[in-house]
Design a protein around this ligand. Structure first.
Ligand code: SF4
Ligand code: SF4
Length: 65
């Protein structure tokens, strides 16, 4: 699953553009990821200019804030 560091993210939208699974939504003051649709391609992690996204395969650690 993808984790978001919302303290770092500036909601630039770069990750939305590369996500072929269409699971990232960025609003004016909010970013959300639907991990149920995520294919773990890692493209969003690579494209984020602020390193605000990380892949976490330990799904029992659901820390998205
Ligand atoms: S690319 Fe990074 S900084 Fe930009 S909206 Fe996505 S998570 Fe936030
Ligand atoms: S890892 Fe891939 S499928 Fe999952 S949110 Fe990021 S870009 Fe989308």
């Amino acid at each position: 699953m993808i984790e978001i560091n919302r303290k770092i993210c500036d909601r630039c939208g770069c990750c939305v553009a590369v996500c072929e699974a269409d699971c990232i939504s960025v609003f004016e003051a909010l970013i959300e990821i639907d991990n149920s649709k995520c294919t773990s391609c890692n493209k969003c992690v690579w494209i984020c200019p602020l390193d605000a996204l990380a892949m976490n395969n330990f799904t029992n650690l659901d820390k998205t804030d």
